[in-house]
Design a protein. Structure first.
Length: 400
């Protein structure tokens, strides 16, 4: 086994010796950092053609306002307080551009303090100005049941999800969760950037040997058809996991430095009000970490299999790009459950969190598993299957 780890070190040296690898990683890291902080640190708000606030100042003031009622129960009292304040706001808030300074002043005084809370109410399909504030949780339950029917869930599945929702503390305790919401919303973009960069870095891990003509010497060597291939696969998967973890951690730390670390113990329902999962925002972010890393490893498995099959690095990138970005346009209706589940395990779907936080459980025997539970049981064998395919294909390669 010692020889394998020595070979892994050589594979890492080969990866980082390539200029394209350094460029791809640097560009990907820069894009992730810019996308996370650019909107806040470089943005500004105009009113009547004049800048009235920077994006960072607006976020700081909003945080201070929301922290004033953080920890309070989301009940009739808090909702009535939000409604009475929101009634004084005369303009529909659409963008960060206002016709007059008076409109901006009205927004920051009457709408901004409770904007997140109002969005929570809108998530159950009601208007805070006309709703019965005593029936918020009844509205939520009705919205959840409507959603379950639209997802073609069975009675057993609905019962299972309702039991999970019973574990969620009600009324919710409000919390400022801006950093966690931003991190989750940016996961698709950040994950795709990371996966594409990793694909560029690993595209030549086998194909590069064909191009350079080293395949003949490598496969004829003592360890060429065993430990060398194993070392390449270990290097590829560990590289993908390490890059993903580093990029994710950097993105989360950046957002937390801007917005603060508050909200880790807040219920996921403050971000996804009709979710019945008994998760906190901190646990949800941890799941995003896990599945983003698995998605990048899945991508690297596809890349290494194609690299073992194809004769050039460039030829590998084309189908990988289709797999990564093609998922954007694919949406399978809930009634085609099996096909929908398959598409949910495309890397892009995993990175968006859509597959992880989906409502549709999987029944194994008498036990129901949520998507964030059974996802690992599917992805790990799938990644191993891709590794075996790449291992066997390179080993069987016939030198021309």
């Amino acid at each position: 086994m010692r020889e394998v780890f020595v070979l892994v070190q050589y594979e890492y040296k080969k990866i980082f010796r390539q200029r394209t690898v350094k460029i791809a990683l640097a560009a990907a890291f820069a894009l992730i950092m810019i996308s996370g902080g650019m909107a806040v640190l470089s943005g500004s708000i105009t009113a009547g053609g004049e800048v009235v606030s920077s994006g960072y100042q607006n976020e700081t003031e909003r945080k201070k306002e929301e922290m004033s009622y953080t920890g309070e129960a989301v009940d009739a009292g808090l909702l009535e307080e939000a409604r009475e304040t929101f009634k004084k706001y005369p303009v529909d808030y659409v963008t960060n551009a206002y016709d007059t300074k008076e409109e901006w002043d009205a927004y920051r005084m009457y709408a901004r303090p409770y904007n997140s809370l109002v969005s929570l109410v809108n998530g159950v399909g009601v208007d805070i100005l006309t709703m019965d504030v005593n029936k918020f949780y009844e509205y939520r339950q009705a919205a959840m049941e409507t959603k379950y029917k639209a997802e073609y869930l069975s009675e057993g599945e609905i019962t299972f999800l309702k039991k999970l929702d019973e574990q969620v503390e009600k009324p919710f305790r409000y919390s400022y969760i801006r950093a966690y919401r931003r991190f989750i919303s940016l996961q698709y973009t950040n994950g795709m950037i990371t996966a594409f960069a990793v694909a560029v870095c690993l595209a030549g891990i086998f194909a590069g040997e064909y191009t350079s003509g080293v395949d003949a010497l490598m496969l004829a060597s003592k360890y060429g058809k065993s430990k060398v291939i194993t070392a390449k696969l270990l290097a590829g998967f560990s590289f993908a996991a390490a890059v993903s973890l580093i990029f994710l951690t950097a993105a989360f730390c950046e957002l937390s430095c801007i917005h603060g670390f508050e909200g880790a113990n807040a219920p996921i329902q403050l971000g996804y009000v009709t979710s019945g999962y008994p998760l906190t925002m901190g646990q949800t972010v941890m799941l995003m970490f896990l599945y983003n890393i698995l998605a990048v490893c899945l991508t690297s498995g596809i890349v290494m299999l194609l690299s073992a099959v194809m004769k050039s690095s460039f030829a590998v990138i084309i189908p990988v790009t289709v797999v990564l970005f093609g998922g954007i346009f694919l949406e399978v209706p809930y009634k085609y459950r099996f096909v929908r589940m398959l598409f949910h395990f495309l890397p892009g779907k995993l990175m968006s969190g859509e597959a992880v936080l989906d409502d549709v459980p999987l029944k194994i025997g008498a036990v129901y598993l949520t998507p964030y539970q059974y996802g690992v049981l599917i992805l790990v064998p799938l990644i191993l299957l891709l590794a075996v395919g790449a291992w066997r294909r390179f080993r069987a390669h016939q030198v021309g």
